[in-house]
Write a protein of this length. Structure first.
Length: 246
């Protein structure tokens, strides 16, 4: 960073330098050196804002998407906007011209779609190891990337941890959950509350730490993603002693 700061005053007027930074302190240092620097903040979309973004984005692909289908797509893919845009592009070419994208189209075409992903999440949250491992293996055999399933696990643990914290603090889950990006559906929230009751806050925090360590191990080539997925499932469902993935 020091070398970059020294170079900035020499930047030609014809050149526009674009930097993507997660650390606000780095941006502040750049602004002090380059007085005409322009900062743009792009906060990640909350879960409850994704269906609206999907509906708006579908127009750029010259198609429309039904609200339930947008919700389904958001749940399957998550907040990765690049991946969502890619899936919308595939869906736009799949449906007949002039017809909106429906839930059935999403479940047919999007990797990880269909009831299998929900069975996997429920089995994992309810600590049913055989069902969770069976569902995960079935999804992988049908083409779902293990990394996509790990992303689903991260999202699930996050939702469970939020609900657990709210419940432990005797706060109104139905009123406060949407402010944390969770679904406002009473059915979904009640199911999360039942599932969170099976787990302690310590267990959920440990699961998050395990997922963080697993992600690092995969990215550094220390473990195969499919094996890592099965180890994570075993760890969360309690059929293996805690151990560091290295």
């Amino acid at each position: 960073m020091g070398e970059l700061l020294e170079f900035l005053p020499q930047l030609p007027e014809s050149t526009h330098l674009v930097l993507v930074e997660e650390d606000p302190k780095s941006v502040e240092a750049l602004e002090r050196v380059q007085k005409d620097a322009v900062r743009r903040e792009f906060a990640p979309l909350r879960d409850d804002a994704l269906p609206g973004w999907i509906s708006e984005r579908s127009r750029k692909h010259h198609t429309q998407i039904a609200r339930p289908a947008a919700q389904e797509l958001a749940q399957l893919v998550g907040a990765d906007l690049r991946a969502l845009d890619s899936e919308l592009g595939k869906l736009a070419t799949y449906v007949e011209s002039g017809q909106p994208i429906q839930v059935e189209d999403v479940r047919t075409l999007v990797a990880g779609g269909g009831p299998g992903i929900f069975a996997f999440q429920d089995a994992l949250a309810e600590r049913r190891p055989a069902a969770a491992l069976g569902a995960a293996r079935g999804l992988v055999e049908h083409g779902t990337d293990p990394m996509e399933l790990l992303a689903q696990v991260i999202g699930l643990v996050r939702r469970l941890l939020i609900v657990k914290e709210l419940t432990s603090g005797r706060r109104n889950v139905a009123q406060e959950a949407p402010s944390f990006g969770l679904s406002s559906s009473q059915f979904a929230l009640q199911k999360l509350q039942r599932q969170a009751a099976r787990l302690s806050i310590e267990e959920l925090v440990h699961a998050y730490q395990t997922l963080r360590d697993t992600d690092l191990a995969i990215k550094t080539g220390k473990i195969d993603p499919e094996l890592a997925l099965e180890l994570v499932i075993a760890e969360i469902t309690g059929i293996t002693p805690s151990q560091e993935i290295a």
